[in-house]
Structures are given as C-alpha cells and as structure tokens.
Design a protein around this ligand. Structure first.
Ligand code: SF4
Ligand code: SF4
Length: 291
C-alpha cells in the first residue's frame, strides 16, 4: 500500500472542501450532463435529446461533437445544417475553454480512468507498460483515414466514450466489457494509459484547444515546496514541469501544453496554492517574489 496520501498536506492546510473543490465541480458537471440526457428516456422530460455525438437542448441549441462530425465528413457525408451549426458552436466553445475540458468535465470514461488511477494509488501498484504519448495522434489519424477508406465512421463502432454514454442512457449491454477493459488496462497495465496514450478523442480535443486562452498557471511557483503532489495527481504530468520549474530558463508560469485538461486537480492538491486558473496571455518569465 502507498504510505503517502496525495493531497494530505493540502487537506491539512486548506480543509477537505477546498482541497477537492475542482474535483467536486467536475463530478457535478459530468454527472449533471449525464442526468440531463437521462431525464428524457427515464422520466419523459426531454430537456436534451440525443447523445454526446449530437444533441438538441430545449428544442433550441444544437451541439455536434466536432470529432465525430469530421469523421463523418471524411466518409463523404455532409451533416445537415443544424448539425453544422452545432459543430460550430461546440468547436468554438472548446477552442475558448480548452479542448480537453471535454475530457475532464464531460467525458464519462474520465470517471472510470480516474477510479482506476485512484485504486492503483491505493493498492500501490507500481510499474507500467510503455507506449509513447504520440500513439493517440497516430490512432487519431488512422480513424480519419479508416473512415475515408471504408465510408463508415469506424471509431464509433468501438469508441468507449460513446459506448459508455449511450449504454448509461439506453442500457449497457456489451459496452460493459469495453469499459471494464479500459479500467483494467489503466489499473494493471499502464498508469493513465487509456486517456494519456490511446484515446483519439482526447487527442483530437487537445488539437482543438491548442491555442485556447483559458489556462492553468503556476502563478505562485516561487512558493513550491517540491512535495510532487501535483505531478502525482495530474493525468498528464509532463505538462506541469515547464511551467512550474522553468523560471531559470525564462519559461513563463502558464501551462501551455495542449494536453492539460483544465481539470484543476493541481490547484486542489497544492497546499501552497501555487496554481490557479487564468489566461494564456499574461505569462511573465519571472515570478520570483521581491525580497
Ligand atoms: S482521453 Fe478519451 S476517454 Fe479519456 S477523458 Fe478524454 S475523451 Fe474521455
Ligand atoms: S496541469 Fe493541473 S489542470 Fe492540467 S491536467 Fe494536470 S492537474 Fe489537471
């Protein structure tokens, strides 16, 4: 078993609630979105119709998943005008707030992979298979190529994100096995392996949010006490180092790497309040405090 509890210092310093505030908000967001989709089929209250790929809210707001829409375009199928409007709205939203906000705040698989990560930490499972972080971009490219060659949106046949979301609304069926496979993969084979190495949905959204203004920043990095809790808790720890430790190299404190999911967990678990949400534009190379 692991002897060091990640975030224990933050809980002691800030209290449990403040050391979990972004996590709680994310879970409310993920489950709230799911509940909105469930209200129709389960209670006949159709605030939102559809699923994560395409939805229509209050008979007014269309939202189309840009990744699914582009794969559909690759097959030669042009979405209807409402679908195109939904595509523009969703793409603009994720461009502004950070593409991988989808992963942290919307995707239901995130709860599964977070659970695997949590259990891995509790069980003290060490060691991990190796796969390059760019693997997901190769898979992303293959999904477009495969769609273009086959005329079918291929990834949607096996996409755990869509399968879990549809399954939770209409009954899981065989989707259980795919979701369980993702959980077991992250638990035993590779730490944060699915989202961090394989999922082309996350890869697509990281490209969409490449230049997003909303960013997490290590604004108070001079106060860092090297406890490493932010690295431990981050689903993409490689994004933290340049911003947190780059002052001597003239690197600013804003986390510019597009794979940051804006999940806010680094903000939660930092007992020194090093991190905060901000914009990419104010990124001074030095954050040293005057003596
Ligand atoms: S990487 Fe994929 S499965 Fe993981 S949270 Fe993002 S969209 Fe969901
Ligand atoms: S850097 Fe912070 S906000 Fe970004 S993914 Fe890591 S823990 Fe989440």
């Amino acid at each position: 078993m692991s002897d060091k509890r990640i975030g224990a210092e933050a809980v002691a310093e800030k209290g449990w609630l403040r050391a979990h505030q972004w996590l709680i908000l994310r879970r409310l967001s993920q489950s709230g979105i799911l509940a909105l989709f469930l209200l129709g089929p389960l209670a006949g209250i159709w605030l939102v119709k559809g699923n994560l790929n395409y939805s229509y809210t209050l008979d007014f707001l269309p939202l189309t998943d840009p990744y699914v829409a582009l794969q559909s375009l690759a097959t030669g199928h042009l979405p209807e005008s409402l679908g195109l409007v939904g595509l523009l709205i969703a793409a603009l939203f994720y461009f502004l707030v950070g593409g991988r906000v989808y992963c942290a705040w919307v995707c239901p698989v995130n709860m599964v992979t977070d659970a695997a990560g949590w259990l891995r930490d509790r069980l003290g499972i060490k060691g991990s298979a190796h796969l390059g972080r760019n693997t997901r971009y190769w898979i992303l490219g293959m999904t477009f190529l495969g769609s273009a060659l086959s005329g079918v949106v291929l990834w949607e046949l096996i996409n755990p994100v869509s399968m879990l979301h549809r399954g939770l609304i209409f009954g899981l069926g065989a989707a259980w096995t795919v979701v369980l496979a993702v959980f077991l993969f992250d638990l035993f084979v590779m730490s944060r392996g699915w989202c961090g190495r394989l999922c082309p949905v996350g890869a697509f959204y990281s490209l969409l949010g490449r230049w997003s203004p909303l960013r997490v920043s290590a604004t108070k990095r001079a106060a860092c006490n090297n406890c490493m809790d932010c690295f431990e808790v981050c689903p993409e720890p490689q994004v933290i180092r340049p911003a947190l430790k780059g002052e001597e190299k003239g690197v600013g404190p804003v986390i510019l790497a597009p794979n940051c999911t804006n999940c806010g967990r680094c903000i939660d678990v930092c007992s020194k309040d090093v991190f905060s949400f901000g914009l990419r534009f104010h990124n001074p190379p030095s954050t040293a405090r005057p003596e």
